[in-house]
Design a protein around this ligand. Structure first.
Ligand code: PLP
Length: 408
């Protein structure tokens, strides 16, 4: 028989959300008809903004006419979309990003998973703890870690984010080459100030490291002092790749569109020590393994940057942030401490004890699904994550049930 990639054998039994789904299914089987409210997985619930829907329809009509029909598009994404992104998300905020540094894709998940392919196998990786599991699992699959021992993979540097450091990890004390950062953070909802992010950029410059900056939740930032992009920081173009997504700010989880920025100033070295620019390596990878996002979806994404699109996406993120505010107020009213929910759609709650036990208690007694913090890493033990992605009605009902269960 053909051998498999043995690194897959090191992966923990299943992806976190599959574990949750299994427990939820078991609960529903044993409690038929009992209504559950899901504040676990970070999937949106509200429909697409009308400006996106209109653009989507127009583009579908174009595909129905041989004069305007389009086949394969450019692998890097249509110029019309990359131009509005460069202006709307970056240059208007003083972040120097050009349209040809943007790679349109179908997911920040895939991009943040695939990017590690362009680096050597023996590089040193730093990941936050708690963390979006994709960053860790893809490095395990690629063979950059040792086995799973005592709740962590050997060979990774874990950047601990806890209540003690305000969920902002310290710089690594040992040398690392590739650093994953995610702000606003999933799962904690924490954010970084300009000064804090500058410290990471400076570290990367001094240590010739690369930062992979996941800004999938950028659309939820309300505090004007928080940077939206790492490229707002001095020197970041030489050390950072940024991931963005239309999933959460515009409700695209079901239609799929995202993008990655690889600045032309970002260099790494080849086996002989010569400088190589990562933009052309990623362009090569993208062109070989990805065949573009569909034309109607890119037109819908373009509409996010129209006057109405900006207003409507703001209304959408405001709606989820209002949900987050309700959840946070309820949690604080029963005396638990929490972070997030003000510039992010997640609320990270310190519950103490075993987080899967707390998950089971909320499921059994309140019929509310959360995400156990330990699923995001060792530092997540004793915490749970609640997501603000649900209808207002469901959130209001969920917070009442949670208050009754925990206060009672
Ligand atoms: N990055 C982070 C930190 C996320 O939490 C998520 C989704 O939950 C993603 C990326 C995925 O984004 P996309 O829907 O574009 O794949």
């Amino acid at each position: 028989m053909i051998p498999i990639n043995n690194h897959y054998q090191k992966l923990q039994a299943s992806y976190l959300f599959s574990d949750i789904a299994r427990r939820v299914d078991a609960f529903q089987e044993s409690h038929p008809g009992q209504p559950l409210i899901k504040l676990g997985i970070g999937d949106v619930t509200e429909p697409l903004p009308p400006a996106c829907i209109a653009a989507f329809h127009r583009a579908v009509d174009e595909m129905a006419d041989r004069r305007t029909f389009r086949g394969y598009g450019p692998d890097q994404g249509y110029e019309f979309l990359r131009q509005v992104i460069a202006e709307g998300d970056f240059r208007s905020r003083g972040a120097p990003v050009d349209a040809d540094e943007i790679f349109v894709s179908d997911a920040a998940k895939c991009d943040s998973a695939n990017i590690q392919e362009i680096f050597a196998t023996d590089i040193r990786i730093a990941v936050p703890d708690p963390v979006y599991p994709v960053y860790v699992d893809t490095n395990v699959m690629a063979g950059r870690t040792g086995p799973w021992t005592n709740g962590r993979y050997e060979g990774l540097t874990y950047l601990e984010a806890t209540a003690d450091n305000g969920y902002v990890p310290a710089l690594p004390s040992n040398p690392v080459d590739l650093i994953y950062l995610c702000y606003p953070n999933n799962p904690t909802g924490a954010t970084l100030t300009r000064e804090q992010l500058q410290t990471w950029v400076d570290y990367a410059r001094e240590n010739e490291a690369v930062i992979l900056y996941d800004a999938a939740y950028e659309g939820f930032i309300r505090d004007e002092s928080i940077p939206h992009s790492i490229y707002e920081l001095e020197g970041a173009r030489e050390v950072a790749i940024e991931f963005r997504s239309f999933s959460k700010n515009a409700g695209f989880t079901g239609i799929r569109c995202a993008f990655t920025v690889v600045p032309k100033a970002l260099k790494a070295r080849d086996g002989s020590g010569n400088a190589v620019d990562l933009h052309s390596i990623w362009a090569r990878r993208h062109a070989t393994k990805f065949n573009g996002v569909s034309y109607p979806v890119q037109r819908a994404a373009e509409a996010v940057y129209s006057t109405e699109g900006k207003i409507q996406t703001r209304q959408l993120t405001d709606f989820y942030l209002e949900n987050a505010g309700l959840i946070r107020a309820a949690i604080e009213s029963i005396g638990l401490s929490c972070v997030g929910g003000d510039n992010a759609p997640y609320i990270w709650i310190q519950t103490g004890g075993d987080s899967w036990d707390f998950f089971d208690r909320l499921l059994d007694k309140a019929g509310v699904v959360c995400t156990p913090g330990s699923g995001f890493g060792k530092c997540g033990e004793g915490c749970i994550r609640l997501s603000a992605f649900n209808s207002r009605e469901a959130v209001v009902e969920a917070v009442e049930r949670v208050k009754d269960t925990l206060a009672g």
